[in-house]
Design a protein around this ligand. Sequence first.
Ligand code: ZN
Length: 405
Amino acid sequence: MSNGKSIDQQIKHQQTIIRFCKKCVVSNQRPRIIFDEDGVCSACRYAEEKNSSIDWALRKSKLEALCDKYRRSDGRYDIIVPCSGGKDASYVAHLLKTEYGMHPLTITWAPFIYTDIGRQNYDAFINSGFSNLLCHPNKILHRKLARTAFEAVGDAWQPFTYGQTSYAFHIALGMDIKLVFFGENGEAEYSGASKTKEWPGMPWDYWSEQYFKGVTVHDLVRYGLDKDLISVKDFDESDLTFYAPPNIEVLKERDIQFHWLGYYHKWLPQENYYYSAKNTGFCANPDGRSEGTYSKYASLDDRLDGFHYYLAYLKFGIGRATSDAAHEIRDGHITREEGIALVKKFDGEFPKKYFNEFLDYLSISEEQFWHIANSYRPSHIWTNNEGNWTLKHPIWNEAEQLIDA
Ligand SMILES: [Zn+2]
């Protein structure tokens, strides 16, 4: 299993000269990020706009108008909020219900394996007064898709992403609910993709293009069948339904819409945390922080998620602490120097707590794990000295060079 067999679409587009943003800690290895002539990343530029030129009062009035148009008074749900009980979506659902008078149906695409705190937060969220549909896909298929994705795209997490993206729209169609609200526009917040910044939500054509341009669930299934990682006996075609988007033309015809709350209200993860702790019983990680970072309140639900961040670290040389620090620098909570120190201390920490469960879930040995994982380390990012992998260009070296100069 070499990198040559990977069908991952992201690593093909990596630049081989590594540069770090002058304002935050992200590097140009992050997919779709753009650096301007001053060496500042597009996500930092978007954060500046959030704090200066965007008229938030106007945006809020747009949300009021949208809700006024679609709010129902006939006893039916009028909005879908995909929510696992995490801090961000809990905030979205609660705000739309209490401040905007909407009647949300919340839906959850189940984690691979709940953590105790993830399940506790999910229960607390429902107990705070929300209707919820929890969807578990066929677990024989789901495990094998995760196993296949780990090898094929270097990320076992991929089948979760498919369902998290698509499931809501199947329910919206089936129940004729016109609005689906997600939290932040990840493209603008993290990559700063400029054309998406002005969008209140994802246009269907762009959404579908993004989905079909990458590795689809059908590509994964084909790969798995070819390599005997999946058998035709493991699933029925219908089991794939929620992993793929519904027909885009039907979504358009029926006026189903995809919105981001982050377009209408300034998106501040730390504020979402305080809000959901107060209103929906959200609790932070009882371990004090998540492995691979210093933060305690993001992405807590799934025992497998540490490996999603860890593999991203191998592929791009930047991990979970880099993402968290970059966002907090942009929000003005920490300085760039503090961010670099946090990255040096936590980025790429191996998620050992659930390693055995990860291996069991995928039915692979530790040796197979490292064989596949290491095949995803690009040579312009990593160097191997007698079995010890080190980053060729870590951000803290860049800082030392600057100090020396
Ligand atoms: Zn930046």
